[in-house]
Design a binder for this molecule. Sequence first.
Ligand SMILES: Nc1ncnc2c1ncn2[C@@H]1O[C@H](COP(=O)(O)OP(=O)(O)O)[C@@H](O)[C@H]1O
Ligand SMILES: [Mg+2]
Length: 363
Amino acid sequence: MEKIRIGIIFGGQSAEHEVSLMSASSIIKIIDKSKFDVLKIGITKDGRWHLYFGDVENIENGQWINQAVPAFIVPDPSRKYMITLQNGIETRYPVDVFFPVLHGPRGEDGTLQGIFELMNIPYVSCGVTSSALCMDKVYTKKILKNEGLPVADFKVYFKKDLLLEINAIVREIEESLGFPCFVKPANLGSSIGITKAHNKEELKDALFLASEYDTKIIVEKFIPAREIEVSVLGNENPIASLPGEIIPSNEFYDYTAKYFDGGKSKLLIPAPLAKEETEKVKDLAVKAFKALDCSGMARVDFLLSKVTGIFYINELNTIPGFTKISMYPKLWEASGLSYKDLIEKLIELAFEKYREKQALKLY
Ligand SMILES: Nc1ncnc2c1ncn2[C@@H]1O[C@H](COP(=O)(O)OP(=O)(O)O)[C@@H](O)[C@H]1O
Ligand SMILES: [Mg+2]
């Protein structure tokens, strides 16, 4: 059987560049080389694309760039390959399917997925609309709420209004959501620009901080909660994994707790929940996945209120952390699907979705 040529994309322009390097290395190491020819595609922090032919060991430490060749794709369906130009000579590297192992903006937010659509090539991850919606915390919550799914109360503000109306905004938040509250840039990840504001002064600072990262800001009611996550996999008939729980090492699961605490944040797999709670959260995860038109995969993150026992859907990550020890694959492992098989399943789903689309009269 002919091997499938897979373009695994790592790095990228978001703050989660390093996480992406780790996720992609893990995938490249384990993927079955008898079935797949792997093309390693690295994107630098300033957005330059390369093909990397060296050892996988040098991806994580960033050394890959020293042995990489500038490369590009074009949004042309008749050119399903990566291209390098060296000394005026064009070399083509055909690709059957892309796997963008990129987290955050310009990787997970629909922009890159748009290029794949223009190329008309299969790719792992949700489609353009779904990726963009899930990256936007405001639209995610609006859609979930509209479907009758539980989300924390929230308000939306714009950077342009902050200077003139800051006092009125602060008053409105104090009256409607109260303290503490969570202030977040609408489109980001990794807890960057997020503050738990305990009073008016902190709230003002938090709004201005968030406005450095996005022109749209979401402010949410604080939920005193346990953090529960569920992995969802599939296209039209998605299934949910067992839930997992995160015990953050800081006051909340902030940037430091996620990446720099030397592993003090704990993952509990499966989450210690009652049977009915497990069923409930799995059901909500699949509903959220469908509501946001996801395909392939998403990790659905919940806040389980310690006061009311309500599962609030906090966010969906359409390209979640994917190292061997990351929550998304770990939950599947605990649910009976190995890391290696999970990767193959995702690729299979990418082809399945592509085939379905080809059968439509789109143009
Ligand atoms: N409404 C909320 N109530 C309580 N804690 C929250 C709330 N929103 C976020 N958090 C905490 O902040 C963390 C990061 O927020 P999240 O919305 O997941 O942003 P990111 O996309 O950056 O991961 C969560 O994991 C949780 O610890
Ligand atoms: Mg999160």
